[in-house]
Design a binder for this molecule. Structure first.
Ligand code: CUA
Length: 411
C-alpha cells in the first residue's frame, strides 16, 4: 500500500513492530478505516478548543487577574509580560509561517532526489544562535529593569502596613494609624503603601494580583512589597503558596478608597478603641479591651433622609446584642478574637473582629458576609472550613443569632 508522500524514511518508521498501527498477515501496515483526508478536520478540534478557551478567559470576567493592572507596581510586571508575549507571538508567527511555507513549497515526491544537506553550515548556525540570543537580551532588559524597580524601597509620603499571614487568614496592622484589620487591606488611592510582611506560622505568599506580584511571607523574616493604587474599589487577593488544607480559602480583599474616603475610614477606625475601663467587667486590660464594640451603636442602613436622621441618634443595642455580648465572653470567643481596632493586642490567635460586621466576606474571603453565612460559620466552623483553629463550640441556632447580631454591630 502507498501513503501520501511516502518515502523510504516514512516506510522505515512504519515497519512492523515499530508502530502501534495494526499489521496485516503479509507484513504491511494496515491503514485505519478513516482515511488521512477524513482525519484532517478532527485534528483542528484541539486547536479550536484552545481558541475558545483563550476567548473565554478574557480578564474582565475574572477579577483575580494580573492582566488588568491597577497600580504602578503591577504595571511594571504587566509591561514585562506584554513585551515577552509580543516577542513570543512574533517568533511563533515567523517560525510556523516558515514551516508551513516549507511544507507546501518543498514537499517531497516519491521520485525526488536526496535534498542538499545543510548540517555543519557555519553561517546558518551563527544566525540561528544569534537571533534567539538577541531576543532574550531584548526581553532581559525590561525584566532586569523591573526587578530593580520593584525591589527598590519607596520614598516620599509612604504609608506603612504590616502584613501577617496566619493559617488561614491575613492580619493587617497600620502602625502609622495605630489600627488593625483582618482579611481586608485598606489602602488609599494615589499614595504608596509599603507592605512589611511576615508569618505567624508557616510560609504563605501574599498576592494582590491587580496591585502587585506575589511575595512569600516567612516566620521570623521580613519581606517587603509596595504599590500605589490608582483606582478605588474592592479587589480580591489570595495566598499563593500551599500552606495547609485550607490554603485555597486563605483569601483577602483589597479595599482601595479615595484620599477623602480613606481619611473618613481612618477617623471611624480610631473610634474603635478599648472599652472605657469603668465599664470593663474585669481587671484584665487586654481581654476586656476586646469588648470595645460597645462604644459604637449598631449600623442601620439609611433609607432616605428620615432614616438618616434616625440612625444619627444613638440607638439601643437590643436584647439580642446584649445576649450576644454575653455569649462572646461565655463561649470563649474573646480569648482568640479582639474587638478593638485601636491598640489591638498582638499575637491574637483569631482575626480581629472590630469591623467584621461591614466586611464583604467572612472566613478569609471564603463566604459572603450574609447573616445566614455568619451564623453558619459561628455554629459549624469545622464544617464550613475544616481544620481551622476555631472549634465547633456547640452554639445553638438561637445563640448563633445573638452572636451574629452582636458581631454585625461591629462595623
Ligand atoms: Cu497561606 Cu496558602
Amino acid at each position: 500500500m502507498t501513503f501520501v508522500g511516502e518515502s523510504d524514511n516514512v516506510r522505515r518508521f512504519l515497519l512492523p513492530g515499530t508502530c502501534a498501527d495494526p499489521v496485516t498477515q503479509d507484513g504491511l501496515v494496515k491503514m485505519p478505516e478513516r482515511t488521512a483526508a477524513a482525519r484532517r478536520p478532527t485534528r483542528l478540534v484541539p486547536f479550536l478548543l484552545l481558541l475558545a478557551l483563550v476567548a473565554g478567559c478574557s480578564p474582565e470576567r475574572y477579577p483575580q487577574t494580573a492582566l488588568l493592572p491597577l497600580s504602578d507596581y503591577a504595571r511594571i510586571g504587566d509591561h514585562v509580560q506584554d513585551q515577552t508575549f509580543y516577542w513570543a507571538l512574533g517568533v511563533f508567527v515567523l517560525v510556523e509561517g516558515a514551516l508551513l511555507y516549507a511544507i507546501f513549497r518543498f514537499r517531497g515526491r516519491p521520485d525526488d532526489p536526496e535534498p542538499p544537506q545543510i548540517h555543519g553550515n557555519t553561517t546558518i548556525e551563527i544566525i540561528w544562535t544569534l537571533i534567539p540570543a538577541l531576543i532574550l537580551a531584548a526581553i532581559a532588559v525590561p525584566t532586569v529593569k523591573g526587578i530593580f524597580e520593584t525591589n527598590a524601597s519607596p520614598t516620599g509620603d509612604v504609608l506603612k502596613i504590616e502584613v501577617i499571614g496566619h493559617q488561614w487568614w491575613w492580619e493587617f496592622r497600620y502602625p502609622d494609624l495605630n489600627v488593625t484589620t483582618a482579611n481586608e487591606l485598606h489602602v488609599p488611592v494615589g499614595r504608596t503603601v509599603e507592605l512589611l510582611q511576615n508569618s505567624a506560622d508557616v510560609v504563605h505568599s501574599f498576592w494582590p494580583p491587580r496591585f502587585a506580584g506575589k511575595r512569600d511571607v516567612f516566620p521570623g523574616r521580613q519581606t517587603r512589597m509596595w504599590f500605589k493604587a490608582d483606582s478605588a474599589g474592592l479587589f480580591p487577593g489570595q495566598c499563593a503558596e500551599f500552606c495547609g488544607i485550607q490554603h485555597a480559602r486563605m483569601a483577602f480583599q483589597v479595599r482601595a478608597s479615595s484620599p477623602a474616603e480613606y481619611d473618613a475610614w481612618t477617623a471611624h477606625m480610631r473610634t474603635l478603641g478599648p472599652k472605657p475601663a469603668a465599664a470593663a467587667p474585669s481587671g484584665d486590660s487586654v481581654k476586656t479591651a476586646s469588648a470595645g464594640g460597645t462604644v459604637q451603636g449598631p449600623k442601620v442602613p439609611a433609607q432616605g433622609p428620615q432614616a438618616k436622621a434616625d440612625s444619627a441618634a444613638p440607638s439601643s443595642q437590643g436584647p439580642e446584642y446584649a445576649k450576644g455580648e454575653q455569649l462572646f465572653k461565655m463561649k470563649g470567643c474573646i480569648g482568640c478574637h479582639s474587638l478593638q481596632a485601636v491598640d489591638a493586642p498582638k499575637g491574637m490567635i483569631g482575626p480581629n473582629l472590630a469591623t467584621v460586621g461591614s466586611r464583604a466576606y467572612i472566613a478569609a474571603g471564603w463566604l459572603r458576609n450574609t447573616d445566614e453565612n455568619l451564623e453558619h460559620w459561628i455554629r459549624e466552623p469545622q464544617t464550613v472550613k475544616k481544620g481551622v483553629l476555631m472549634p465547633n463550640l456547640g452554639v445553638t441556632a438561637e445563640e448563633a443569632k445573638a452572636l451574629r447580631a452582636y458581631l454585625r454591630a461591629h462595623q
